[in-house]
Design a protein around this ligand. Structure first.
Ligand SMILES: C[S@@+](CC[C@H](N)C(=O)[O-])C[C@H]1O[C@@H](n2cnc3c(N)ncnc32)[C@H](O)[C@@H]1O
Length: 214
């Protein structure tokens, strides 16, 4: 019988395959869904009616989780460099987040998709980034590319987030993370580093969870 505690609190003790199997049962596009579910259960950055930008959405399990959490009154705009169909109800923007033009594309997408006054279009509640490049195995290089992705997500968060808003950002551990964390702390009231249970222990990924944009 399924225990009543959250799935990820017992699955991690079994095997990483437990998350993959469960994602098939729960109809998530990948096991990454459980990372977001766990982070959100702890920090509550996805709520009914929220507007969310999901960076690096493909294949789409974070968008699925976000869409369910925000409901029909909220919206999810999802960005990826890959041309993957998003989950139904999620509005896609295709582009490279390292290209400054992509931010303009996102703004355009808001204009087309949301028929509201321009003032509202610039304000979202939560920016998620699960972006990661194909890692090379060379730690310094993988860390440097990841920090570039984090910085592009942070720039976007500063442009689009309302005061009090939230920013969740995956990074590949390395020497520049402290400096990046300091920049986050200038913009957000609280900044946490998290390693959710569905994240493979040996992997060097972790997440900044930033609460309360100043
Ligand atoms: C780990 S996957 C994200 C998984 C996703 N959160 C989910 O739940 O299905 C990382 C994604 O980041 C995207 N990505 C990597 N570099 C990018 C870039 N420069 N611009 C936009 N997306 C990028 C990749 O294409 C990939 O789809």
């Amino acid at each position: 019988m399924r225990p009543t505690v959250p799935f990820w609190s017992w699955a991690a003790k079994r095997s990483k395959d437990a998350f993959r199997k469960q994602s098939k049962i729960d109809n998530y596009r990948s096991r990454a869904a459980y990372k977001l579910l766990e982070l959100n259960q702890k920090h509550r950055f996805l709520k009914k009616g929220y507007g969310v930008i999901d960076l690096g959405f493909a294949p789409g399990s974070w968008s699925q989780v976000a869409l369910k959490a925000v409901g029909t009154e909220g919206f999810v705009t999802a960005v990826d460099i890959q041309n993957v169909s998003p989950p139904q109800g999620v509005f896609p923007v295709y582009g490279d987040m390292l290209d400054p033009q992509t931010q303009t594309k996102i703004l355009e997408a808001f204009r087309q998709h949301r028929q509201e006054p321009i003032k509202r279009e610039l304000v979202v509640d939560t920016v998620l980034s699960d972006m990661l490049h194909s890692t090379t195995g060379i730690r310094i290089r993988d860390h440097a590319i990841s920090m570039d992705l984090c910085n592009s997500a942070f720039q976007l968060a500063k442009t689009f987030l309302r005061p009090g808003g939230f920013f969740v950002c995956k990074y590949y551990m390395g020497s520049e993370e402290r400096e990046f964390q300091k920049s986050l702390m200038e913009v957000f009231k609280r900044v946490y580093i998290e390693k959710p249970k569905a994240s493979i222990k040996e992997s060097r990924e972790a997440y900044f969870v930033c609460l309360g944009r100043k």
